[in-house]
Structures are given as structure tokens and as C-alpha cells.
Design a protein around this ligand. Sequence first.
Ligand SMILES: [Zn+2]
Length: 184
Amino acid sequence: MYKIKAFLDNLIQTDWIGFNKIDNGLKQSEVYHQILNDFKKLVHIEAKNENFNFSELYALLKSYKNDISELPFIGKFHILVNPRLLTGQLTKIVEEIEFHLAKNNGKEAVCDCEIKYKYNQTPDIVHLIKVGFSCDGYYNYTIYECLKCSFKWSTYISDDSTGNTVFEKWNEKEFPDNNNYCNE
Ligand SMILES: [Zn+2]
């Protein structure tokens, strides 16, 4: 874990003022992406160590979150290149790696919906069929069932700047019985 800690310390020490001065937004995004990529490579290698512990890595990232979010830069494409998003981007990389390792360990499973849900990955949409709608007075949810494993997903469109589709495990107990006031 010390190598990842060193990486994060290095990230804090990076010449972000200089980075901020890069005029070309594409060039800037490239440099930023390279940093994310270096992190990905490093975690890939480190995760192969027998005593590697993902929970420790998440905790480590969390402990750096404040420092990272205050780094003195803002990208020309600030929807992607943004210190306030950086910890989340690094965490997502770790989740993807953890998911792939878990998937390889559970190859005999019928389908990976359950594992995907557990590691915060989106399901393979081609295997999903729509089985209903719901709402909680805030979001409208579309309910899907996986044809391979019967896992039920609910989806909604996030109202942040990304407008991404968010997948969650469908749990009807959390929703009211009467869906009459839903928009859909
Ligand atoms: Zn499935």
C-alpha cells in the first residue's frame, strides 16, 4: 500500500499551477488522463499482492479526499478535469479493478449481476427486460429483470451535471404500494 500512498503524495505535490496554465483543453485532459491511467496500472500491480486489501485502499483514498479536492486547478473541461471529482474518479478505477478480480474468482456463476451490483458496475443491458416502473416522489424508476439470472435492477437518471443512468438493486419494499402519482 505504501506505493499507492506515495502516488497520492506525489499527486498532491504535482505542479497543479503549471497544469492550470496549459492553454489547450485537450492537451490538459490528456495529461490528466495519463495520471488516472498511471494510478490504474499501479493498483493493478499492487492488487496482485497476496495481502492486498481493497478496504484499506478505499480508506486511504478517503483520507486524501479533502486534500485532493482542494488542489489548485480547474480543467478547461471541468466536467471531467476537476479536483472535486478526482477522488471519485480514482475510487471508480479501484472499484473496476476489484470487480474484475471478483469476477475472475467467480467464473462458474450463472450471471454476474449480483457481483456487478456489489462492485458498483453497470449491468449488461442486452440481457435486461423492462418489467415495470416506480417512483419515490423524487426520481422515476424503470425496473429491469435480468433474463439470465433474474436479478432485478432499478434505474433512474441522475440530476447532477452528468445526467448518467444510475443502476441500483431493485427493492420493492422501499417503495410505496401505490404508484399512481408516478409520471410514467
Ligand atoms: Zn444477470
